[in-house]
Ligand binder design. Structure first.
Ligand code: B12
Ligand code: SF4
Ligand code: SF4
Length: 381
């Protein structure tokens, strides 16, 4: 049975399948609760919801006997760090330059689950990212690889460019041994992180991570992180890109996960011009679409502010009239970075004085465009 399932998984594009069992897992409750107790999840409140089920697969499904963990490769063709140096371009994380993996993996997992349940009286549940399941830790326990110091799963054969999914089943499968840690004395991922998001090896404070700030965080991005974000408009690959184990990655990306050429290095000026309809059309089918146009344009404004290109200032000036305060606020920040103080003051007279949103007014003040709080803001304070 195991061999049949493995063969089927390969034909479905998975590059790895390993098995663990609920009684073989490390101290998931302790690890998750320590992370949550630090508040490392930031505004991802859903990480704390159903924490008991996330930390205990058997609590999620008492009928569970075996866990099949699967990996699909999305190894990028080019080094993502090359793009970070091109300041007039937006850097979209490698996993998001392609079809949404939730859709691709979930479809393939369902096919494999269907295949398994057709073999006998077997029940299955398939998961990819959307349920309370700790996929990396299950993958490590099943021996697919190990969680590196950057906390992402690395496999000796495929590096860290892997996306994960799991099948919970009532079938009894022989478990595989866990993969030991092969990070050794290396600390390349910890040292490269632009925002110092690792308080210690193997621990990530999501609140400092560019992936969290640009994708998951809904509000204004704290000023302390904006310069470090550089041109990363969606996610971040730096800690993954430097991992030496990628040298051994032998699999190319699965064909349904092939990268889109127009997302390899999109011009910031073009991204800044996207209205809601154009955004939805351009990013259709990719993970970027789920983040929504306003949050994405917020990120694009930050990248423009970091570009050092006065020619891009006009793209930010246009967004000072954007309907979204999130975008207007970061457009002010970008103008403050790219334009002379006199030009910022002139823009403030045109746009800032009539600004109704308190956060955007704060940005005008910080950019040097407004000096005094409005009377209603002073009384509120
Ligand atoms: C929340 C989340 C995020 C958050 C938090 C990331 C994080 N590290 O937890 C944010 C938004 C920052 C994020 C970013 C990214 N994500 Co994400 N994310 C998730 C999600 C939904 C849950 C992860 C989770 O449970 N975190 C909670 C903490 C407690 O878990 P943890 O990091 O595993 O922490 C463990 C260690 O700290 C460990 N530990 C503690 N002490 C010690 C000591 C030692 C010695 C060891 C070994 C371990 C250890 O214990 C903890 C529990 O096991 C998963 C999908 C899923 N359902 O699993 C995807 C997932 C982890 N993400 C994924 C991806 C691709 C990314 C990005 C690469 C995307 C990008 N390019 O921008 C980045 C990578 C950033 C990074 N360095 O982690 C993939 C990773 C695949 C892989 N190969 O591992 C996943 C699995 C999605 C998927 N289905 O493929 N993500
Ligand atoms: S994804 Fe980027 S910001 Fe997040 S931990 Fe890795 S290097 Fe740091
Ligand atoms: S870069 Fe080095 S320390 Fe970081 S995960 Fe890879 S091997 Fe481990």
């Amino acid at each position: 049975m195991r061999r049949l399932v493995e063969t089927r998984a390969r034909t479905l594009g998975f590059c790895g399948l390993r098995v663990t069992r609920p009684d073989r897992l490390p101290d998931l409750p302790g690890r998750l609760s320590a992370w949550l107790a630090e508040g490392a999840q930031g505004t991802m409140a859903w990480m704390a919801d159903r924490a008991d089920q996330r930390a205990s697969p058997i609590a999620l499904w008492p009928g569970l006997r075996s866990i099949l963990v699967l990996a699909m490769s999305y190894r990028p063709e080019h080094d993502p760090l090359d793009l970070v140096a091109r300041r007039d371009r937006g850097a979209v994380a490698a996993y998001a330059q392609r079809r949404d993996y939730h859709e691709v993996l979930k479809g393939r997992l369902k096919e494999l689950g269907g295949y398994l349940s057709a073999k006998g009286d077997v029940r299955v549940k398939v998961f990819c990212d959307t349920a309370p399941v700790m996929e990396k830790t299950l993958a490590e326990a099943a021996g697919l690889g190990w969680q590196g110091k950057h906390t992402v799963l690395i496999s000796r054969g495929h590096g860290n460019w892997l996306l994960l999914g799991a099948i919970y089943t009532s079938a009894e499968f022989e478990p595989d041994p866990p993969e030991p840690d092969h990070c050794g004395s290396c600390r390349a991922c910890l040292d490269v992180c632009p925002t110092d998001a690792f308080p210690a090896p193997y621990r990530l404070d999501a609140r400092r991570c560019i992936s969290y700030l640009t994708i998951e965080h809904a509000g204004p991005i704290p000023a302390a992180f904006r310069a470090a974000i550089g041109n990363r408009v969606f996610g971040c690959d730096d800690c993954l890109a430097v991992c030496p184990w990628n040298k051994f990655a032998r699999t190319a990306a699965e064909s349904r996960l092939a990268a889109r050429a127009d997302l390899a290095a999109p011009a910031l000026a073009d991204l800044a011009a996207l209205d809601d309809a154009a955004f939805r059309a351009f990013f259709a089918g990719t993970p970027v679409k789920r983040t929504g146009r306003d949050r994405f344009l917020r990120n694009v404004m930050i990248a423009i502010g970091n570009s050092g290109e006065p020619a891009l200032a006009e793209a930010a000036v246009v967004r000072l009239r954007d309907p979204s305060p999130l975008v207007r606020g970061m457009a002010v920040w970008a103008c403050g970075r790219l334009l002379e103080p006199g030009a910022v003051r002139a823009l403030r007279r045109q746009h800032g004085d009539s600004e109704s949103d308190a956060h955007v007014r704060d940005e005008w003040r910080a950019a040097g465009g407004l000096t005094e709080p409005r009377a209603d803001e002073t009384s509120a304070a």
